[in-house]
Design a protein around this ligand. Structure first.
Ligand code: FEO
Ligand code: CA
Ligand code: CA
Length: 626
């Protein structure tokens, strides 16, 4: 979700200050410039060598741009696949923003499309799962301003424009189109029943007047990025859940937990006026039912989504599972807030291919830990377990449920490193690298906030960076459950005068601002999308190819969004021919004005607002991208 609080003057003044260099001596840090760092853990070898097997990208990059349209590198085409309000079912009328109501929105593609998962039905049929993270009333509805709708009718539309869309896609002549008659098509909204599972299910801190069992929640909110499990389900991550809750919290236990979660948010949505469960003065435990990773089976439209509480509660960005050397499931997770942490879940049970019973609830038990980065390129995972270290009743942790509900406070007490907004975490194809996008943290080193550290080396970090973590390997298999790993810097975002660093093969003119989401192409090469380029490097957000092999750190721009949008959810088809991505909130600039939006992308219809949309990028010659 976009933050639009910054002024351009502040950016300009900071760009030339280079204060972070003086404060941190970052110029002398060893960035990923082609020289491998070799580090030894206590018990297992850890290598951080360059992966020379990966091919370099071979396309002419797109220059920086900022205007009302999207742009793509020469030799590529862009298809607008699905826009906010497009029908997902038969006999639903064509979208008209002036005729929308909540019931109709339930049958249409939601707003603020974010993460995209593509699941294969057969060679020419995909099941696409898309998150709808947020809404922006001032851009959606006539007579509204800002993010939050004031009219009750519009609030109800906001609620059904949130959640997820699941839709079948069919390929004809290499072009993907939605199949409205598919049995798989489904909308999940702020009203869809889902189960709380794992250690927190049933706990008194998730019981409410409407649900004394503490096990059935209505809706999923703030769905940002996600992941696909090896057993074919989709994980969707609840991120900025604070925007939904208002009211004064009087329960002293909840006050401590929710203050750390920035709840309530007095500038958030007005949903409490329509549905009192969002008033946390009346319902102080309702916020504890959000902030989880939710597992959805898109192949069964009747299935009930499950909120997997063993993975902890925070502002979840993404959850990409990987199988560690002994068969257990490991998930690395960012908590996208300044000075929050990087987490890891390791399942208790092993994943057994084809054993649906064993895999069904595998995410309900396991160990949650948080990352401690050191200055020598080492990383240690500290376990968040009730009764271990300070995680006891003297600090308000009376059970493992308390630890999971209040994971942020538990992680900090255990010494986890406060990071510069950890977003997407992507694991390389052979599991030997873990890429962590840190989007930015302008507050670092200001006022009473923590100063820079080696893993977050810039104070007033407006441009973000990407860290590469290497787990140890035994017999060629990555030990993702290892307590110790090593890390290195892959790149530093921004222009050179801001401390931008892209290795010795950088073209000297392509920069990245605020890395956010990431994906791998079929070859295992890294692609990154951005959220914040307009305010950090002065151009549109986009999609970048990022070299992790011999030309480590070099970036090439493939796509640029229309003004006000961020690009999220990049996802390749298995053949590498199509790259799907979300263009989220086009027109969302500071002081955005729905009556005169800065763009009406993608239709440029003067009678309709701009519309978030999923795009499909392909090469004109039909070959694989990259
Ligand atoms: Fe929803 Fe962290 O972006
Ligand atoms: Ca973001
Ligand atoms: Ca994101």
């Amino acid at each position: 979700m976009k933050e639009i609080e910054r002024s351009f003057d502040a950016i300009y003044n900071r760009r030339y200050s280079r204060r972070w260099l003086m404060k941190t001596g970052a110029a002398s840090l060893a960035f990923g410039c082609g020289q491998p760092t070799l580090t030894k853990s206590e018990s297992t070898p850890v290598t951080n060598q360059i992966n020379n097997a990966l091919g370099a990208f071979d396309f002419e990059g797109l220059d920086a741009v900022l205007d009302t349209e999207h742009h793509v590198a020469k030799g590529h085409i862009v298809q607008i696949l699905l826009r906010w309000g497009d029908p997902l079912f038969p006999n639903v009328p064509k979208f008209d923003s002036h005729k929308l109501d909540a019931k109709s929105q339930e049958l249409r593609f939601g707003y603020g499309n974010d993460y995209i998962a593509l699941l294969t039905l057969d060679e020419d049929r995909l099941l696409m799962v898309v998150n709808h993270e947020s809404t922006a009333a001032g851009l959606m509805f006539e007579g509204e301003q800002g993010y939050a709708a004031q009219k009750i009718d519009n609030i109800q539309i906001e609620q059904t424009a949130h959640g997820l869309s699941i839709v079948e896609l069919v390929r004809k002549s290499n072009r993907w189109t939605p199949k409205l008659s598919s049995i798989y098509n489904r909308r999940i909204t702020a009203h869809t029943p889902m189960h709380l599972t794992g250690p927190v299910a049933g706990h008194f801190r998730v019981q409410t007047a409407a649900d004394p069992s503490g096990s059935v929640v209505l809706g999923t909110l703030g769905n940002c990025a996600g992941g696909v499990t090896p057993w074919g389900t989709v994980l969707t991550c609840e991120e900025n859940i604070n925007h939904y809750f208002r009211g004064e919290i009087r329960d002293p236990i909840e006050l401590v937990t929710q203050t750390r979660m920035k709840i309530p948010n007095p500038h958030g949505y007005e949903w409490f006026r329509e549905d009192e469960r969002f008033n946390c003065q009346l319902h102080p435990t309702e916020p504890n039912r959000f902030g989880w990773v939710v597992e959805i089976n898109p192949f069964d439209p009747e299935s009930t989504p499950k909120k997997r509480t063993a993975l902890g509660r925070f502002f979840h960005e993404s959850a990409n599972p990987v199988i560690t050397s002994d068969g257990r499931v490991v998930i690395y997770m960012g908590d996208d807030t300044a000075f929050e942490h990087l987490y890891r879940f390791v399942s208790t049970k092993s994943y057994v291919p084809g054993n649906a019973e064993q895999n069904a609830d595998i995410l309900d038990s396991g160990e949650l830990s948080a990352a401690v980065f050191d200055d020598e390129g080492g990383l240690r995972w500290v376990t968040l377990k009730h009764g271990v270290g300070p995680l006891n009743s003297s600090n308000g942790f009376n059970s493992q449920a308390d630890v999971l509900i209040d994971a942020r406070r538990a992680a900090r007490l255990m010494g986890a490193t406060p990071m510069d907004r950890p977003e997407d975490v992507e694991v390389s194809h052979h599991g030997d690298r873990i890429y962590v996008c840190l989007t930015k943290n302008p507050a670092r080193g200001t006022a009473d906030n923590p100063e820079s550290n080696s893993a977050n080396p810039r104070n007033e970090n407006f441009c973000g960076h990407i860290i590469e973590i290497s787990p140890p390997k035994i017999n060629g298999k990555a030990e993702h459950h290892s307590e110790r790993m090593s890390w290195d810097m892959l790149l530093m975002g921004g222009r050179p005068e801001d401390g931008g660093e892209y290795g010795p093969h950088h073209d000297g003119m392509t920069f990245m601002g605020c890395p956010d989401n990431a994906c791998l192409d079929p070859q295992g090469r890294l692609w990154v999308t951005t959220d914040g380029a307009e305010n950090s490097i002065g151009c549109a957000d986009g999609i970048y190819a990022v070299e992790t092999g011999a030309q480590r750190g070099r970036i090439t721009r493939l796509f640029a969004s229309p003004i006000g949008a961020e690009v999220t959810g990049p996802c390749f088809t298995k053949d590498g021919i199509s790259l799907f991505a979300s263009v989220q909130h086009p027109g969302l600039v500071a002081g955005f004005d729905g009556a005169q939006p800065v763009t009406r992308w993608p239709d440029f219809d003067p009678a309709q607002p701009p519309r978030p949309a999923v795009v499909v990028i392909q090469k004109k010659n039909g070959a694989a991208i990259g």
